[in-house]
Design a protein around this ligand. Structure first.
Ligand SMILES: [Zn+2]
Length: 549
């Protein structure tokens, strides 16, 4: 009965095209989850344990769902299940059907598919569609587990809570909003959070190979460094009389993107190198001038490195790039300028955004805040936060009359701090042991070979489940984000306080974010809910030391 119900919950959720930032549909997905819980026995008796909560400070007024099912015993200890109900946008040749997984699966089988997608489509075991893997089946499985608890078909000696959020595929404002309220929920509802279980799908392993059912004991970080590159303006007809920001950017990008030496290493695994998300002429228009301001936004997945180290490494590479670029520019000048006295001598600089901000505050004092506010007030609130933050940098550069050539190095948002399983923490060790136990259980009961990974390698909301006293390690991030506190911020003191182990055990998905996104249906609706029960019971046994298992 429950697997049928989980299946229909999955289909109902997928039919809501809750693409991140499409707030009406994100809210409809939240509403659907809320209603599905509201009709269960436990929540009819305890309506105050189920909440649809508006995210504080969210410009587009989105909601998340918070629910708690209390154990019969009067205890505070509470396990959290979490997940995101937003998805990435539709794509592919059949995108009109992508939010209707049954129809979409029927149609996609008839199209030309290659490799694993063809094999999976022909097997009949996989459901295709947007969000089927990432991560509406994970939510459906957790909800299904919640239905059993709420119907009193299953009892566990621990409170079980659910936090389902929007915006994970964008800036994770859902989870950040939830974290800001978690402490309040703890005290108002007499809870004490002891572990967090996420149900993101298994992702393709960083070291290659086919995606296998996986357990993740942590979540890799994600940080977005930026470079604001300023050259010296010139006309194409006087190419030797200025500095192309595009030329500087080319050296920069060759030194940074895909640089294997920058890739983070942890536990013998080399994680992925830096990739470039955006590289653009800030003016974004054609003219006879050579590009004199370029914005580059990178993405990086740290497993061990903190923002201070990353920015230092990037600053060194920015300096190296400038040196290389100016050898090139020197050659150009000597080729075209006959008179040695006319050869320009440049003094290119690398400036941290935090330094730029201090210069700005030093020059404008109390007026600096007003000036930034008026920049923000003139912007369209719906526009991308990173573009708005970029205009803050431009305002500072222009008001301070900063001259190129120079590179301003800083960070954009979002940022996901890495969260790892610690070898010296009792509860982390217990969660690791539960993962080992689950591998055994999965093999014996279902013949499934489950792999354990240290990190969920695709960045997830688990990142925000606790800074564990390491907020200071992120000050180099907070200090270098244009618009920190205005356009983006973390509930730092809340995140700092929470310190519990996390685990991700989700459905088996493939090709997430692609039009061939699919999920192993049997695993998602029948096996995974049983695994979630196993994990909760494991937590009771190993972390709470409960006798009742
Ligand atoms: Zn996801």
């Amino acid at each position: 009965m429950y697997s049928k119900e989980i299946y229909s919950t999955l289909i109902d959720l997928c039919k809501i095209p809750s693409v991140s930032l499409d707030h009406d549909y994100e809210n409809k997905a939240a509403q659907l989850i809320y209603c599905k819980f509201a009709e269960r026995k436990y929540f009819k008796k305890n309506p105050d344990q189920l909440k649809l909560v508006q995210i504080e400070g969210d410009l587009i007024h989105r909601n998340f769902v918070f629910a708690v099912i209390k154990a019969e015993e009067n205890i505070r200890e509470t396990v959290i299940f979490t997940g995101h109900f937003d998805v990435v946008e539709a794509d592919g040749p059949l995108k009109d059907f992508i939010f209707d997984p049954e129809r979409y699966t029927e149609e996609i089988v008839k199209t030309e598919l290659t490799g694993g997608a063809r094999i999976d489509a022909d097997s009949g075991n996989w459901l295709f569609g947007r969000g089927v893997a990432d991560m509406k089946s994970g939510i459906a499985a957790a909800l299904g587990y919640g239905y059993r608890l709420a119907d009193e078909a299953l009892k566990v000696p621990v409170n079980v809570s659910f936090i389902f959020v929007p915006d994970e595929e964008n800036d994770s404002r859902g989870m950040l909003g939830a974290m800001a309220l978690l402490e309040r929920f703890e005290s108002e509802m007499s809870l004490n959070f002891i572990a967090c279980v996420n149900t993101e799908p298994s992702v393709a392993p960083v070291l290659g190979g086919e995606t296998a059912p996986s357990i993740y004991l942590g979540s890799i970080g994600k940080i977005n460094p930026f470079m604001y590159v300023m050259g010296k303006r010139m006309h194409l007809g006087e190419y030797y009389k200025g500095v192309s920001a595009a030329l500087i950017s080319s050296y920069l990008n060759l030194n940074i993107e895909g640089n294997l030496e920058l890739a983070d290493v942890s536990g013998g695994t080399t994680y992925l190198p830096v990739g470039c998300h955006v590289i653009k002429n800030i003016a974004q228009k054609y003219g006879a001038s050579i590009a004199d301001r370029v914005f580059i936004l990178y993405g990086y997945l740290p497993a061990k490195k903190y923002p201070d180290q990353i920015i230092e490494e990037l600053t060194d590479l920015a300096e190296k790039s400038l040196k290389q670029c100016f050898v090139h520019i020197d050659r150009i000048q000597h080729k075209y300028i006959k008179n040695e006295d006319d050869i320009a001598v440049y003094d290119p600089k690398v400036i941290l955004f935090s330094e730029l901000q201090s210069m700005y505050t030093a020059k404008f004092g109390d007026a600096s805040e007003k000036k930034i506010n008026s920049v923000l007030a003139a912007q369209d609130e719906d526009s991308d936060g990173r573009s708005r933050a970029l205009e803050i940098v431009t305002e500072m550069v222009d008001s301070l009359s900063i001259q190129g050539p120079c590179i301003i190095v800083g960070y954009m948002f979002p940022c996901y701090p890495f969260i790892e399983n610690r070898e010296d923490n009792k509860n982390d060790i217990s969660i690791r042991q539960i993962a080992y136990d689950l591998v055994e259980y999965g093999r014996k009961k279902y013949g499934r070979n489950i792999k354990i990974h240290e990190f969920f390698e695709g960045a997830s909301d688990l990142s925000y489940c606790g800074l564990r006293g390491r907020a200071k390690k992120y000050s180099a991030y907070f200090d270098n984000v244009p618009g920190w506190g205005r356009l983006y911020e973390w509930p730092v003191s809340d995140m700092e306080k929470f310190d519990f182990p996390v685990i991700n055990i989700g459905p088996l998905g493939r090709d997430i974010h692609k039009y061939t996104e699919r999920v192993d249906l049997e695993y998602a609706v029948s096996i995974l809910p049983d695994f979630l029960d196993f994990v909760v019971k494991g937590i009771c046994h190993r972390i709470l030391g409960s006798e009742k298992n």
